[in-house]
Design a protein around this ligand. Structure first.
Ligand SMILES: [Zn+2]
Length: 264
């Protein structure tokens, strides 16, 4: 049973509504066995995720560092309609986190950088309490994923079958007393500084079809912002303690650090 609570909101006002949207009484409850997968508690390995999650060799997230990556300039990332007013969108609570599906009619997409074709923005979601990717040993507090589907594939199910099916922009947030966490500003000001590598979805089925673009410039989120995410609760009233996956082995995969050659 999927029990989402949908709340119509303006995206820029999301934080004002998060508390109500995540207090849904009908979360799929991992602990009752109704969910197909769940996150494990602190100090324990990830849940019993099977298939590629267990056996894949190109899994995400990973630890990223400049000394472990190769500098290369991929050319600029291009953003289409990222400044389009988003109007009212649906916030869903699926038992694993807070998520917003982006209607394709908005025609928001990216290309350029390491991407060989155009990718449409289809979903935005967050991982909190700790970021999934770790940059230079820093464990930050919140990671936003902007999930894009290669437009040559009809849907996500098809895209997940191909190595070039999905591109995810990852924006990491560090804790700050002063919040700069405005959802209308999805990206850091410098979006030319990023790591990129071939990896997977960080949730089941962990399809190895993701070109990851992880920005190295962080945004900031205040404790008050984070508490709104941490209001997420399971059906039994307990908090969703974590919704991040632990880092995975790199397995000799190349990792690239985009470095514009003319300005630096
Ligand atoms: Zn994610």
């Amino acid at each position: 049973m999927i029990c989402n609570q949908f709340v119509f909101i303006a995206l820029g006002e999301l934080l004002l509504y998060l508390a109500s949207s995540v207090s849904c009484k009908c979360w799929r409850n991992c602990r009752s066995g109704n969910a197909t997968w769940c996150y494990s508690k602190y100090g324990k390995p990830d849940g019993q995720w099977g298939g590629l999650c267990k056996w894949g060799k190109c899994q995400s997230p990973i630890v990223l560092s400049k000394c472990r990556s190769t500098e290369f300039y991929f050319g600029p990332l291009l953003f289409y309609n990222y400044d389009t007013p988003l109007g009212y969108l649906l916030v869903s609570n699926n038992g694993h986190g807070v998520s917003i599906d982006i209607p394709e009619i908005l025609k928001i997409s990216i290309s350029g950088g390491p991407l060989a074709s155009e990718y449409a923005l289809v979903n935005i979601h967050w991982h909190w309490d700790r970021t999934e990717h770790i940059i230079a040993g820093q464990s930050l507090i919140l990671e936003m994923h902007l999930v894009h589907r290669n437009m040559k594939y009809c849907n996500m199910a098809q895209a997940m079958k191909f190595s070039d099916g999905i591109a995810v922009l990852a924006v990491l947030h560090r804790h700050s007393a002063k919040s700069s966490f405005y959802l209308k500003k999805f990206l850091p000001k410098n979006f030319n500084s990023y790591f990129t590598y071939e990896g997977s979805l960080t949730t089941p089925p962990c399809a190895e079809s993701v070109t990851w673009i992880v920005f190295t410039n962080f945004l900031e989120a205040s404790r008050k912002d984070i508490e709104k995410f941490k209001n997420a609760r399971l059906a039994d009233g307990s908090v969703l303690e974590r919704n991040f996956r632990s880092v995975q082995p790199i397995n000799n995969r190349p990792i690239w650090f985009n470095k514009p050659c003319l300005r630096y």
